[in-house]
Design a protein around this ligand. Structure first.
Ligand SMILES: Nc1ncnc2c1ncn2[C@@H]1O[C@H](COP(=O)(O)OP(=O)(O)OP(=O)(O)O)[C@@H](O)[C@H]1O
Length: 242
């Protein structure tokens, strides 16, 4: 059964069509980097699939079903910049939100839920910050908390929008280790990624996107000079020659 299948998806902001003819079928257990120039529609693709932005046409199926029926199996780490970090809550509560799909919105978390959330913070090296207001965390620490929230959800399919932007080398290593562990656990992970230099190291699959899918498949087949240049336009200097 397909983890995620997208057929003929298109989307726009008012009259500006930003995605068209998007078709793909995600391989279970893959770790995919979604790559493309600024404005290519990478974030929009995630938002449309997750029904956070309406589609114009097409169909998205999760585990052969609808998002509504499979929501607890789907995790999302939005772009850090898109979140209101002044919201008065602490790191532990942010992680507990990852469990709400399972414990229900109107139920208080119990001791076991809190233990799970603490374990997840621990995995991301953030246990000491559990009581800290999220506005008082650094950008990299906020990103680690977001990852902890995704982990506690124990989803089968994860979408992450630029989790490595603005983090230091240690946090990047910690986040990538977490993503690789998710893959080792049989999870499917799709990550919007900007750094072309690390694509081959980090991802076993690559989706090249520029308003439509330029190519999608195994990294060694897809991440070629020709295909990357097609995606970015002729101006890109191929990094292996740099
Ligand atoms: N809320 C919005 N209202 C109107 N247009 C938008 C909105 N969000 C994005 N767009 C436009 O849609 C297009 C795709 O944007 P999107 O953020 O999905 O691209 P992206 O590939 O994630 O870019 P980046 O690499 O710069 O983050 C862009 O042309 C952008 O200007």
């Amino acid at each position: 059964m397909s983890v995620l299948k997208v057929d003929n998806l298109s989307a726009s902001y008012r009259k500006n069509k930003v995605l068209y003819d998007v078709n793909f079928d995600v391989k279970p257990g893959s770790l995919t980097g979604i790559v493309g120039p600024n404005g290519a529609g990478k974030s929009t693709l995630l938002k449309v699939m997750l029904e956070l932005h309406p589609k114009l046409s097409g169909n998205v199926s999760f585990f052969g079903s609808t998002l509504a029926k499979t929501k607890t199996k789907v995790g999302y780490v939005p772009q850090r910049g898109s979140v209101d970090w002044d919201f008065p809550t602490n790191a532990l509560d942010v992680v507990l939100m990852g469990l709400y799909g399972k414990i229900g919105w109107f139920k208080w978390p119990n001791k076991k839920d809190k233990d799970l959330a603490m374990q997840s913070l621990e995995k991301m090296g953030m246990a000491d910050y559990a009581d800290r207001q999220i506005s008082q965390l650094s950008g990299g620490q906020q990103q680690r908390v977001f990852l902890a929230r995704a982990l506690v959800q124990n989803a089968d399919l994860y979408f992450m929008d630029e989790p490595l932007v603005g983090v230091d080398a240690a946090t990047e290593t910690a986040i990538m280790a977490t993503l690789k562990q998710l893959k080792a656990d049989g999870k499917t992970v799709m990550v919007v990624h900007h750094d072309l230099l690390t694509v081959e190291d980090y991802f076993d699959h690559v989706m090249l996107l520029n308003k439509t899918i330029i190519d999608y498949g195994k990294t060694e087949d897809v991440f070629t000079k020709e295909q990357v240049q097609r995606t970015y336009g002729g101006s890109l200097r191929w990094m292996k020659e740099a």
